[in-house]
Design a protein around this ligand. Structure first.
Ligand code: AMP
Ligand code: MG
Length: 423
């Protein structure tokens, strides 16, 4: 979508309606406008954890590369199984993992075999040691053994030439192991996303400064730092910028010159938004939304130069909610993941009544717990004020209440979104 199209489409929501832009619609506009990073780099495998693959990874060979035993036991040829009654076989030798049995197994013979050892030539079945009576160089076992039992076949895990991961895949710990199992030591990934962020507000003091009357310490840069660290992006913390158009202009221009994403907090609520609007209209193409959500109603989004811009609200809880609901997914797309998995919504029984007016999607803070009756339940945090950051610290989930939902009595099933794991 071109910037002009985006601005035209995304701005046409009715400014006089305080609930003009739904969470879903805003997500879609953001999504359609994102342009992911293109540059790639080659990294040693371990360093690729948390990065997004820039190329398909194909299996250079079969995994496993030979038929092998899934259990400790005896390898045999199923043609030697007695149709009824016990089978007795002579033990011809032993096959270890990494040290195959060199000979050929003849009729009436078997080979003692360890898990992972290559199946000896002439064998097609493994009977596990627990089912066998061994005496000297012979074994005896009962009926019920089936041909092909306890074998892992060559290429069962991966076939040679098979696409193991597509480009756009986020590398997780299991993936490091799987890529290593192919013998691949270097992988091509997209470069890290560069993100600059700063807080705005004349009332903000930084840690280390005394707190004057009416001031608050800047906490948003710390929550943003935490969330961005978990996303694995490169960060530039630009500190606190006063509510002064010249200083804000300098900071935004400086950031736009060197990063992919700019995040600011504060300055987009009613009253403050007017000069931010003017400023951002000069510097780039940005829309100001009143999102039908609580907390986090004001949100600015667009581009300044080549950088994507998110103007988050100032309230500390609203910063986190808007980050989780909009910024996180956008960042994953920008990092090169075409279809990031959304944070899942899970049902839980709410043990207290919930207060809510229909009209906005609410992200109330709650504690999910396993009740004595074995059911997962959620208790809302007492103070749901959007400035009360303690509610986020106490909570382990959002209780996500859809736009149309009103008050709910205790005992209703609600949807929760776990905070741990969102980033
Ligand atoms: P604003 O969106 O700028 O009107 O700010 C809304 C509320 O959030 C005000 O009470 C601010 O003092 C507070 N606030 C804004 N930025 C921060 C910050 N970086 N850290 C803590 N509180 C903030
Ligand atoms: Mg402010």
């Amino acid at each position: 979508m071109t910037t002009t199209d985006f601005i035209r489409a995304a701005s046409c929501a009715d400014d006089y309606d305080p609930n003009s832009m739904s969470v879903e619609k805003a997500r879609k506009y953001i999504r359609d406008y994102l342009s992911p990073v293109q540059s790639k780099e080659c990294l040693p495998l371990r360093n690729a954890l948390g990065r997004v693959l820039a190329e398909d990874i194909l299996s250079p060979h079969n995994v496993p590369n030979h038929d092998n035993s899934a259990m400790d036991g005896y390898a045999l040829n199923a043609d030697d199984l007695q149709p009824s009654g016990p089978t007795t076989l002579h033990i011809a030798g032993t096959a270890f993992a990494g040290k195959a049995y060199a000979g050929k197994v003849g009729r009436g013979e078997c080979v003692r075999i360890m898990t992972g050892a290559v199946i000896p030539v002439g064998c097609d079945t493994v009977v596990i040691q627990e089912h066998v009576q061994a005496e000297g160089q012979t074994i005896t076992f009962g009926e019920g053994v089936k041909r092909g039992q306890n074998l892992r076949y060559a290429g069962e895990d991966l076939k040679q030439g098979q696409a193991v991961f597509p480009a756009g895949h986020l590398v997780r710990p299991a993936d490091l192991g799987l890529i290593a199992s192919l013998g691949i030591g270097d992988v091509k990934v997209y470069r890290r996303l560069r993100v600059a962020f700063f807080s705005t507000g004349d009332e903000l003091a930084s840690i280390g400064q005394p707190l004057a009357e009416g001031q608050v310490y800047d906490s948003n840069r710390y929550t943003l730092y935490g969330m961005l660290t978990r996303l694995g992006v490169e960060m530039i913390d630009m500190g606190v910028v006063r509510d002064d158009p010249r200083l804000l202009e300098n900071a935004l221009n400086e950031a736009a010159a060197s990063v992919d994403v700019i995040l600011t907090s504060g300055g987009v609520s009613v009253g403050e938004a007017d000069y931010m609007k003017q400023l951002l209209n000069q510097l780039g193409q940005v829309v100001f939304w009143k999102i039908a959500m609580k907390p986090g109603r004001p949100l600015a989004y667009g581009k300044i130069g080549k950088a994507h811009y998110f103007g988050l609200p100032g309230n500390p809880v609203a910063v986190m909610v808007t980050f989780y609901q909009f910024v996180r997914e956008a960042m994953l797309v920008l990092m090169g993941q075409p279809n990031p998995v959304p944070a899942p919504l899970l049902p839980a029984i709410c043990v207290a009544p919930l207060k809510k007016a229909p009209g906005r999607t609410e992200f109330q803070r709650g504690t999910l717990f396993l009740d004595q009756d074995g059911a997962w339940k959620v208790r809302p945090i007492g103070n749901q004020g959007s400035g009360v950051l303690r509610s986020m610290s106490e909570a382990n989930c959002f209780i996500v209440m859809p736009e149309s939902c009103g008050n709910l009595p205790a005992g209703e099933t609600v949807q929760v979104q776990l905070l741990e794991g969102i980033v």
